[in-house]
Every structure is written in structure tokens, then in C-alpha cells.
Design a binder for this molecule. Structure first.
Ligand SMILES: Nc1ncnc2c1ncn2[C@@H]1O[C@H](COP(=O)(O)OP(=O)(O)O)[C@@H](O)[C@H]1O
Ligand SMILES: [Mg+2]
Length: 287
């Protein structure tokens, strides 16, 4: 555990290392936005969205899922008295403020290796966002190697995002929603060998533009593959406005965390989640 704490501290110091001064952007270049770290954040120019506008969320089909079962297994009352819901509401508030500050709407969730709790974090964060009726969110399962959100939510009969990326139809055919209509889901039913290609694709650009087009108050929460062992998450990195790194206490090794964090542009990191502390709970750091 001591070794793990040291690893986390070293990882934090990497994230907090001063970034080199960027050269001044050309007069007509993208705007420079200060992130919460105080480091300049270059907004990616977003492609023009020309497809049909998305249907209003309430006309999307309801996701047939069992949120109560998820909450009962991983929610407020099942963590040795710890209030997981409450912890994620706090994380939500911090992340929404950070993303607003950097005028970003696309948040990736990643980790060093598999099993750290990315999907667990993405689902809780999306549910915490949906508690605010004025906040819109999209929970997107872009871990095409090990998609798991649908099974955590016991979702059945949902359209799989792979159809969209294969070109089978417009994006809104693959979206579902929650009862309140302020949380949309883009779920994936099986793994795909084309993970990196889909993450880097222009269809992904178009999807992110369409998902965020309706309102500046929409946050896309993208559950991503881990950083180690594949370059998938690096493939989508330029499209992300912010990144949450999940570290599992006792599971991620010192070297893995250090190497993973070193791959990530420091200005992208909005929070690290230290998950599975004492086997169950989560704590957070914000940047
Ligand atoms: N804070 C937590 N408390 C208890 N179990 C957790 C916690 N975070 C994750 N898990 C469990 O750990 C396993 C891996 O989590 P998951 O979110 O699927 O990881 P990843 O998406 O990073 O591969 C799952 O069985 C999940 O239920
Ligand atoms: Mg996962």
C-alpha cells in the first residue's frame, strides 16, 4: 500500500509538472482557453455538423435497463456504509466546473490497465449528472475492446453503437435515453477489432459534434479502453476536452500508472480517481 501511495504521488507530480510555454497561436488560429490547471488549453476545432439534427431526446427509445440493480450492487448502501452516490455527486460538481472552465464537452474515462473501474466511474458520473434536471449527459461505451456498460446496467434490446461506426444508419438510430430524457446512452454490445480505427474515425468526430450540438450543457462521458497495451485511447485523445484517470488501489502497479500518465497530455487531465481504496471506495483529486 505504501508503494502504491508513492506511485500515485509520482503520478500526480507528473501531471502537475509545468508544461512548456506554447508558442503564440496565429491570429486566426483556435482560441486558447485556460484550464483549471492554469495551463493553456488549445480547443480542437470541431467539424461542422451537417447531418440531420438529432431527434429531441424524449423521442428516443427508453433504455430497457435495471438502474436499481446497479445501485443496489454498487450504490449508496452496498459499500460498507460508504456513500458512493454522494462521492460521485461531488466529483460531478468538480468535473462540470472544470469542463465549463475549459469550454469542453467531451470527457474521456481511462486508466493504466483493465479492471481499474473505468466503467464503474463512467456510469456513476453519468447518473450523478442526470440528477440535475438542467444538465444533459451522454454515457458512451467507447471501450470497444471490452464494452461492459450494457451488462452492468442489465440493458436488453438496445441498438449497438457498432452499427453506427459500420455506417448502418444515422447516430440517433443508436441512441437510447433515461426516463427524464436528460441522459442519453450510446451502448456497445460486443468487442470489435476495429477499436482504434473507430476511435480515430471521422464518424467519431461527427458523433461527438452531433451529441454536443443541442446544448452547451451537454457532457459526453466516454468510457475508453485502458492506456497500456494498446494505442486506442491515444487515437481519440485529440477529440477529448478532458480526461479522468482511474487508478485502482493495489491493482495498478507503480510502473503502469507512471507510464500511463506520461502518455497523456497533462492539460487534458481534469481529475484522477483513486478507486477501490480498502477494497471498495473511491477518492478523488482535481486539477
Ligand atoms: N469502487 C468499487 N467498489 C467495488 N467494486 C468495484 C469498484 N470499482 C470497480 N469495481 C468492480 O471492479 C471490476 C472492474 O470494474 P470496471 O469498472 O469494469 O473496470 P474497467 O472498466 O476499468 O475495466 C468490476 O467487477 C466492478 O464491479
Ligand atoms: Mg470497462
Amino acid at each position: 500500500m505504501k508503494e502504491f501511495e508513492q506511485a500515485l504521488q509520482r503520478a500526480r507530480s507528473l501531471v502537475n509538472a509545468p508544461a512548456p510555454e506554447p508558442s503564440a497561436p496565429p491570429a486566426d488560429g483556435p482560441p486558447t482557453i485556460k484550464g483549471v490547471t492554469g495551463r493553456p488549453f488549445m480547443a480542437e476545432p470541431k467539424p461542422e455538423f451537417t447531418a440531420n439534427p438529432a431527434r429531441e431526446a424524449t423521442s428516443l427509445p427508453l433504455l430497457d435497463a435495471d438502474m436499481d440493480q446497479f445501485r443496489a450492487s454498487f450504490g449508496a448502501d452496498n459499500q460498507g456504509g460508504r456513500n458512493i452516490d454522494g462521492a460521485f455527486r461531488l466529483l460531478r460538481t468538480q468535473i462540470l466546473a472544470s469542463m465549463k472552465d475549459r469550454q469542453g464537452q467531451v470527457l474521456g474515462i481511462t486508466s493504466a490497465g483493465p479492471g481499474a473501474g473505468k466503467s464503474f466511474t463512467a456510469i456513476h458520473l453519468a447518473m450523478a449528472c442526470a440528477r440535475r434536471s438542467e444538465q444533459h449527459a451522454v454515457l458512451a461505451d467507447f471501450d470497444f475492446r471490452r464494452p461492459s456498460i450494457a451488462s452492468y446496467l442489465a440493458a436488453v434490446d438496445f441498438p449497438s453503437s457498432l452499427g453506427y461506426f459500420r455506417g448502418d444508419g444515422p447516430l440517433d438510430q443508436f441512441l437510447t435515453r433515461n426516463e427524464g430524457g436528460n441522459l442519453r446512452y450510446l451502448l456497445t454490445d460486443r468487442s470489435s477489432e476495429l477499436s482504434a480505427e473507430y476511435l480515430a474515425s471521422s464518424k467519431m468526430d461527427a458523433a461527438l459534434t452531433e451529441l454536443t450540438a443541442r446544448s452547451k450543457d451537454t457532457l459526453v462521458i466516454a468510457d475508453l479502453p485502458p492506456l497500456m497495451g494498446c494505442d486506442d485511447t491515444l487515437a481519440i485523445m485529440p477529440k477529448l476536452d478532458g480526461l479522468v484517470i482511474v487508478v485502482a488501489a493495489g491493482e495498478s502497479s507503480f510502473g503502469d500508472v507512471e507510464q500511463a500518465v506520461a502518455q497523456v497530455p497533462p492539460e487534458k487531465v481534469v481529475a484522477t480517481v483513486l478507486n477501490k481504496v480498502d477494497g471498495t471506495s473511491s477518492t478523488y483529486d482535481y486539477y
